[in-house]
Ligand binder design. Structure first.
Ligand code: A3P
Length: 324
């Protein structure tokens, strides 16, 4: 539970001062808010979203911890959901000129994160498609109370940590250069449950349990499964969103077209993703596309680092049937 905040004139500085804080790895500090560690720079957006967003029954929200496959899921869900207006084979498909983060905005970075200038939610096509990194149990109440659907993607924490440790120093070199932070230190914070939007086990288990309780409202995916069978999982995503592929579409290869359009190799080569900036952390689009390999952690972690994290995963995730 967290303090109820009904007062619109709440003083953010005062609120932040009253909350527990720790060293940050992508923002100068992390703030414990609503039972998760919020990177300080995104705190105003998180706070505004949690207090002001009202979900509609038809809304679809993509949720994940950073570096779990957010960009890929955004591309796939957008392409499947809007394929009546934007056929995946079209030369002017929005993914050709816009990064997935522009097409499916985050609540906390983009929609509520623009220093008070709220994006007009009424201008969104229905069903509205959004994204968030916020844990399930910390989302605004209307998300659980409405018919709104949530698609969650998670990834082996070993690979997520490696991915983050390649991403964060590019976005915030001042927090990493000169030995200010290292993968070993970040891993230690993760093991102690002090990672952005985490503890990571609470993040996964919150959505995992919700998907078991309300399978028609919460779809739980793994990056590894998506890599192994992208087409099969894309079909599940489309069905879950209420836009299943017809037999005719399957025959015409629409699923394969979307898989190809959204593949790492296709997106990475687009000019927009080589040069543009989408505004999330004000980082360059190219930082979202690296190797996309399952098990890349073996190339970057010592056996003792991996063992330390695997012990925590065994303790926290295995009892609930979550394995990687
Ligand atoms: P690696 O750093 O392991 O390569 P997020 O999108 O949540 O920020 O996650 C980024 C990770 O997803 C990176 O992993 C990135 O390479 C990978 N990724 C990005 N786009 C992808 C795609 N279209 N298909 C598969 N993986 C993708």
């Amino acid at each position: 539970t967290w303090p109820q905040e009904n007062d619109d004139d709440i003083d953010l500085e005062e609120l932040i001062a009253s909350l527990p804080k720790e060293k940050g790895f992508i923002s100068p500090i992390q703030i414990l808010y609503r039972n998760f560690w919020c990177p300080s720079e995104v705190f105003p957006g998180v706070h505004s979203f949690c207090r002001h967003f009202t979900a509609h029954d038809s809304d679809i929200i993509l949720a994940c911890k950073p570096k779990s496959g957010t960009t890929w899921l955004k591309a796939l869900a957008f392409s499947a959901l809007r394929r009546d207006v934007f056929p995946p084979s079209a030369n002017n498909h929005p993914l050709m000129s816009s990064n997935p983060h522009e097409l499916v905005p985050f609540f906390e970075f983009t929609i509520y994160g623009q220093a008070g200038e709220l994006i007009d939610l009424a201008s969104f096509s229905v069903p509205r498609l959004f994204a968030t990194h916020i844990p399930h149990d910390s989302l605004p109440e209307s998300v659980g109370q409405s018919g709104c659907r949530v698609i969650y993607i998670c990834r082996n924490p070993l690979d997520t940590i490696v991915s983050f440790c390649h991403f964060a120093p590019q976005v915030k070199p001042e927090l990493w250069s000169g030995g200010r932070s290292s993968m070993e230190e970040y891993l230690d914070y993760c093991c102690r449950g002090i990672d952005g939007f985490g503890p990571f086990w609470d993040h996964m288990l919150g959505y995992w349990k919700a998907s078991l309780e309300r399978p028609d409202k919460v779809l739980f995916l793994k990056y590894e499964d998506l890599r192994e069978d992208t087409a099969g999982n894309l079909k599940r995503i489309a069905e879950f969103m209420g836009v299943p592929f017809s037999e005719e579409e399957e025959r015409d290869g629409v699923i394969e077209e979307i898989v190809k359009l959204c593949s790492l190799s296709s997106l990475k080569e687009l000019e927009v993703n080589k040069t543009g900036k989408p505004g999330v952390w004000s980082t360059e689009n190219k930082t979202y596309f690296r190797k996309g390999e399952v098990g890349d952690w073996v190339n970057h972690m010592t056996p003792s680092m991996a063992e330390k994290l695997e012990r925590i995963m065994e303790e926290k995730l295995s009892p609930f049937g979550l394995k990687f």
